[in-house]
Design a protein around this ligand. Structure first.
Ligand code: NAD
Length: 493
């Protein structure tokens, strides 16, 4: 097994790619600006990165447009595109330790996750979309003799992709894999907290044979590079994962510019419904996973636990016990399951919510913020009990390891509380009664309902939200829909 010392040694040898990647090359930002990216585990600066602005977005979009128009990628057959993307998947696999380290250093994610989930996941998602793309058939309408009407899927053109910091590599991959498989060109703007893995990914894509200009990466801040991409008149679609607030900005940018398509994967406040007949041990173990995996920095985190009153106290104790399987610590230690939060400003925000929680509900566990190795981004698993459904900690996305437990007395009440949210990303249902599981699932407003598990997810199934959790789906065959237009061609004969 790779030890903490091994990971530290490898980390010390890393060189960071830190330019703007346009036309297959790293360059300085047009205005020469740079910004620091910080390791939240020890508050040390990792490197400084070129700070892309509107000028760099213009250059990247122009490069993507040239590449799209001359057909160097869009003109290739799906089978040819598949080969390149399969090579990219293989290169990601060969580079899992380096990609995992970049992810861990940049955002504080435990190396045990980044090396087994995030980096291998990126390879898997590229491979899945690559393998699917030459198995999709277009359609012929049932017109009768003398007419032939072809219904074809065509790539949209230039895609702008703006992604968050919680799963930097995988959120980028969820956009890039279907966008590139369908023949589009892309300009990707990673989050300012986490630009490093996307820059390495761009280099690997070129090495795999992706022609220059097809994938451009512009690191930079949301309010300048992100906004410029959202407002750009030559971007055909903008795909976004991030907060609901910023998602709404992108709808406005589209309205103010060229009415580009906008697809949004945004926030969540996902409920887990635990009925009295559930396997309480399993449900408690998974409730801890649902709020502590990735330190709760998960859009579909099960941050609201709705529990039947008859088992509330027993179940709460089981969840508290289950948190002991989630040691907080140095993210380069393979035994660590929870690292620091991504940055000081975010840890401050989560700590503020814990204070709000103390005034709204009963603190049942945790609630402490710790300073380790010079960083105060470490927050212990925190559980509030007796949380009223209208409490702020039950309604607002905290995006940290903070769980709100609310009791219910009937199935109807559980459903009413679960659906009384501006969000609708995911939900879990715990019961041994199949009929209850299915009827409750039918009535939950959520893009994914997991029965007797939490956050079930696969490349084969669509992922996305309802209500203000967004619209459009990542993953699965349906993810291709966002990156294609349907074109009808009529032929008289
Ligand atoms: P964020 O919305 O602050 O930032 C996301 C991206 O938008 C970043 O690249 C950022 O630079 C950019 N951005 C910020 N302000 C902008 C502006 N004014 N104009 C244009 N671009 C701008 O989100 P975050 O804090 O990075 O990520 C956390 C959020 O992401 C949470 O709300 C979480 O629920 C959500 N998320 C959703 C999913 C999903 O699939 N639904 C997945 C992961 C994260």
């Amino acid at each position: 097994m790779t030890t903490t010392t091994d990971w530290r040694t490898q980390a010390a040898r890393l060189t960071f790619r830190n330019g703007v990647y346009i036309d297959g090359q790293f360059r300085e930002a047009a205005k020469g600006g740079r910004f620091e990216t910080v390791n939240p585990a020890n508050a040390q600066v990792l490197t400084d990165v070129a700070r892309g602005t509107a000028e760099d977005i213009d250059a990247a979009v122009a490069s993507a447009r040239r590449a799209f128009n001359d057909g160097r990628w869009s003109g290739k057959s799906p089978a040819e595109r598949k080969e390149v993307l399969l090579r990219l998947a293989a290169l990601i696999r060969e580079n899992i330790p380096e990609l995992a380290l970049l992810e861990t250093l940049d955002v504080g994610k435990p190396i045990s996750d980044s090396s087994t989930i995030d980096a291998p996941g990126s390879a898997h998602f590229f491979q899945w979309h690559a393998e699917a793309i030459d198995k999709l058939y277009d359609e012929i309408a049932p017109t009768g003799r003398g007419d032939l009407a072809l219904i074809r899927r065509v790539p949209l053109g230039v895609i702008g992709a703006v992604v968050p910091w919680n799963f930097p590599l995988d959120m980028a991959t969820w956009k890039l894999a279907p966008a590139l498989a369908t023949g589009n060109s892309v300009v990707l703007k990673p989050a300012e907290q986490s630009p490093l893995s996307a820059l390495m990914l761009a280099e690997l894509a070129s090495e795999a044979g992706l022609p220059d200009g097809v994938l451009n990466v512009v690191p930079g801040f949301g309010e300048d590079a992100g906004r410029a991409l959202g407002l750009h008149a030559d971007v055909d679609a903008l795909v976004f994962t991030g907060s609901t607030k910023v998602g709404k900005f992108f709808m406005t940018y589209a309205g103010q510019s060229n009415m580009k398509q906008v697809w949004l994967e945004t926030g969540g406040k996902s409920p887990s419904l635990v009925f009295a007949d559930a396997d309480l041990d399993k449900a408690a173990e998974m409730a801890a996973f649902g709020i502590l995996f990735n330190s709760g920095e998960v859009c579909s985190a099960n941050s609201r636990l709705l529990v039947h009153r008859s088992v509330q106290e027993e179940f709460t104790q089981k969840v508290i016990a289950a948190t002991s399987a989630w040691p907080l610590g140095d993210p380069l230690d393979p035994a660590t399951r929870m690292g620091p939060l991504v940055e000081k400003a975010h840890a401050d925000r989560v700590a503020d919510y814990i204070e709000i929680g103390r005034s709204e509900a009963r603190l049942a566990h945790g609630g402490t913020r710790e300073t380790r190795d010079g960083s105060d981004c470490y927050i212990q698993p925190t559980i509030f009990n007796e949380v009223a459904p209208d409490a702020r900690i039950a309604r607002e996305e905290i995006f940290g390891p903070v769980l709100a437990i609310t009791p219910f007395d009937s199935d109807e009440e559980a459903l009413r509380i679960a659906n009384d949210s501006e969000y609708g990303l995911a939900a879990s249902v715990w019961t041994k009664d199949l009929s209850r599981a299915l009827s409750v699932s039918d009535r939950l407003n959520a893009g994914t309902v997991s029965v007797n598990t939490v956050d079930a997810l696969s490349a084969m199934t669509p992922f996305g939200g309802m209500k203000q959790s967004g619209f459009g789906r990542d993953l699965s065959i349906h993810s291709f829909d966002k990156y294609c237009a349907l074109k009808t061609v009529w032929v008289k004969y």
